[in-house]
Design a protein around this ligand. Structure first.
Ligand code: PMP
Length: 406
């Protein structure tokens, strides 16, 4: 099992005092994770010792920066077990990866008669890009519903699939319900119907062991900042044969082979999809974060987070009139809830006054709120550095908040 006290020492921000010298309890990890000192140091090291533009310099600094940037790509490849570094495109994050796919997949593979399926539990960043692409490319968009436990209705999904279905894009883990969707089975089913599957891994990258070859997904997207790495960088993994067919997303430097005044020929994958100067320091920081996780071991992280979830669920049973949204048996480290008629924002505010950071609102998943006819929830979400004691302190703060607000 992982040594949480040692791990906490690696995260300077966890020692922060907030709201009148109270220790911070950070339970908003589904929104973003804190960064270990090795990642913070790698950013400052890059700007102090290595800063240069990549790929196009003959000089030493540019070559060093390029080597480190490409090594980061290799670290990502290794972490998600992609076959080759060519499968790894650096983007700005999950949102950017899905926008790229909604545009490029639609332009390259879809016609007006075709259908794209997503689910009713998606984050807005896996809904809105499809709405935008739909306006342009005129395909049909369908949604897999979920039941009150927060599990996808796979029978309804199978009924929806036809020869017109070309793409399924779905979250691996719902950021609101915590449900771990059975993506491997879904992908297998889709491939028997020639459907391209895009997995939104924003919530799974830090909480599951990801093996894109084992999942056999066509695309997998994630944001570095959800996995202890810097903001502003993310990844799009894609199968090479699909990416090679895809028209580019943005034009600019890096993504070309040749430009004349009449036309452009495009670079090979992955560079074809990386127009402009990339976020080099952040990519290197991502590589450092993934190495750090490899040292701890994803199995140990999963075991600890499962333990925290069971402990939190057990303790939350003490709260009268609590309603938990997302009751799947296969759930990862977030719990969305409401207590009686207390407004989610009021509860979040009173918890914050006691040093406990949680998230309140619709969590960028308004269709999930519409399913339950609510405006928002309170959400606690854990990372590997959280502890049972923090859950105890949160429980005391929660009980106090409920007393004040009832
Ligand atoms: N999908 C899911 C499931 C998410 O939880 C998030 C972030 N909350 C996103 C997509 C978007 O991630 P980002 O804002 O980092 O692009």
């Amino acid at each position: 099992m992982l040594n949480v006290n040692d791990i906490r020492k690696d995260f300077p921000l966890l020692n922060t005092k907030v709201r009148g010298n109270q220790p911070l309890i950070y339970f908003d990890n589904a929104a973003t994770t804190q960064k270990p000192i090795c990642v913070i140091n790698s950013l400052s090291d890059y700007y102090q010792n290595l800063n240069a533009n990549v790929h196009r310099g003959v000089h030493w600094l540019s070559q060093e920066a390029t080597d480190k940037f490409e090594l980061a790509r290799e670290r990502v490849r290794h972490f998600i077990n992609a076959p080759k570094t060519e499968n790894i495109i650096f983007t700005k994050g999950t949102t950017d990866s899905i926008n790229l796919l909604a545009e490029c997949v639609s332009k390259t593979f879809l016609s007006q008669e075709d259908e794209v399926i997503i689910t009713e539990m998606e984050h807005h960043s896996n809904i809105v890009p499809w709405h935008i692409a739909q306006e342009k490319y005129k395909f049909q968009l369908k949604y897999i519903p979920f039941n009150d436990k927060g599990e996808l209705d796979l029978e309804a999904f199978k009924q929806m699939v036809s020869s017109k279905t070309k793409v399924l894009s779905l979250a691996h883990i719902s950021n609101t319900l915590g449900t771990i969707n059975p993506v491997k089975d879904i992908i297998k089913y889709c491939h028997t119907h020639n459907i391209i599957v895009i997995v939104d891994g924003a919530q799974s990258i830090a909480h599951l062991k990801i093996d894109v070859q084992d999942l056999d997904c066509d695309f997998y997207c994630f944001s570095a900042h959800k996995v202890y790495a810097p903001m502003g960088i993310g990844v799009l993994y894609g199968k090479k044969d699909l990416m090679e067919k895809m028209y580019p997303y943005q034009g600019g430097g890096e993504m070309i082979k040749e430009v004349t005044m009449l036309k452009t020929t495009f670079n090979d994958v992955p560079f074809r999809f990386e127009a402009g100067t990339p976020s080099v320091a952040d990519a290197i920081g991502l590589g450092v974060a993934l190495d750090y996780l490899d040292q701890i071991g994803m199995e140990n992280i999963i075991e600890w987070e499962d333990h925290l979830m069971s402990y939190a669920n057990e303790r939350l049973k003490e709260i009268e009139n609590i309603k938990i949204f997302g009751q799947s048996d296969n759930k990862s480290s977030c719990i969305s809830f409401l207590v009686g008629n207390i407004h989610h924002l009021d509860l979040g505010t009173i918890l914050d006054m006691q040093g406990v950071a949680i998230r309140t609102g619709h969590h960028c998943a308004q269709p999930v709120m519409q399913h339950f006819s609510i405006e928002g929830t309170d959400r606690i979400s854990f990372a590997m550095y959280n502890t049972e004691q923090e859950i105890d302190t949160f429980m005391t703060a929660l009980q106090k908040a409920i007393k004040m607000l009832s």
